[in-house]
Design a protein around this ligand. Structure first.
Ligand code: ATP
Length: 246
């Protein structure tokens, strides 16, 4: 994605716990998202997937446990600094700036990389991210005028423009049409092929089967099954939790 790719890194969760009142939304989760692999996180509504993502990204502080980015313990590092360390994220609720152009939304991500970023380098990363996601043709258009599927790609482009080593994706295919989904699959595989660690929350079982190298299945705050995708998706506990979608 960038001319000087960041060194690969894995993302690791060890014994993560996050409570809300009396509820353990995340109740002791161990997880590894290795470099160069696509890892999926699945489970029914309320399983704790988003809360786990918040702990990994730094928008929620775990009550116990650790988060490691590469070899570094980032448990106490705030979200914006994790971004600078190479941890990017997209959200379930799309969060673009509607009054900015598509390109300016992506540029925000390029500039969040921090440190030595100069305007020309940021412009280059912005342009490459737009190209990767097929957005150059609408770069100058207002983001607020775009349909949901396009905005998901804009969000992804924004995350990629920062040159992350680890990418967290919360339901990246929600609202995408078939063509956009196919592009997403190609792009995510390509990123993993270049050494990025990808961790995605996804409800679409077909997409998980097609895309993920391994799967963690959560229920009630815990990992109930983990391993190679086909094995986890065939696990009766997991198939049951996914109901008719499997
Ligand atoms: P979904 O697929 O619906 O997004 P999820 O697997 O992401 O679900 P979470 O959103 O992490 O699950 O929720 C896990 C549990 O924690 C639920 O019982 C939820 O009600 C609770 N919870 C999550 N966030 C909060 C919060 N900010 N305050 C109180 N309870 C919360």
């Amino acid at each position: 994605m960038t001319s000087t790719p960041a060194p690969a890194a894995r993302l690791t969760a060890r014994g993560l716990v996050r409570r809300y009142g009396g509820i353990e939304a995340v109740a002791g989760v161990d997880l590894v998202a290795p470099a160069g692999r696509i890892t999926a996180l699945i489970g029914p509504n309320g399983a704790g997937k988003s809360t786990l993502f918040d702990c990994l990204a730094g928008t929620a502080r775990p009550d116990a446990g650790r988060v490691l980015l590469g070899g570094r313990d980032v448990t106490g590092v705030p979200a914006h600094r994790r971004v600078r360390l190479g941890l990017a994220r997209t959200f379930q609720q799309i969060a673009v700036f509607p009054t900015l152009s598509v390109a300016d939304n992506v540029r925000v991500g390029a500039e969040q990389r921090g440190g030595r970023t100069d305007a020309r380098a940021a412009a280059g990363r912005t342009d490459r991210a737009l190209g990767l996601l097929g957005l150059r043709g609408i770069a100058a258009e207002s983001a607020g005028a775009q349909p949901t599927g396009v905005l998901r790609l804009v969000e992804l482009a924004r995350a990629l423009a920062g040159g992350p080593r680890v990418l967290l994706l919360d339901e990246p295919a929600a609202g995408l049409d078939a063509v956009q989904t196919a592009r997403l699959v190609t792009v995510l595989r390509d990123l993993a092929g270049r050494g990025m660690a990808l961790l995605l929350v996804e409800h679409d079982a077909e997409l998980v089967a097609e895309l993920a190298d391994s799967v963690y299945a959560m229920a009630a705050g815990r990992v109930v099954a983990a391993g190679p995708t086909a094995a986890v998706l065939a696990d009766p506990r997991v198939a049951g939790a996914w109901g008719s979608s499997t």
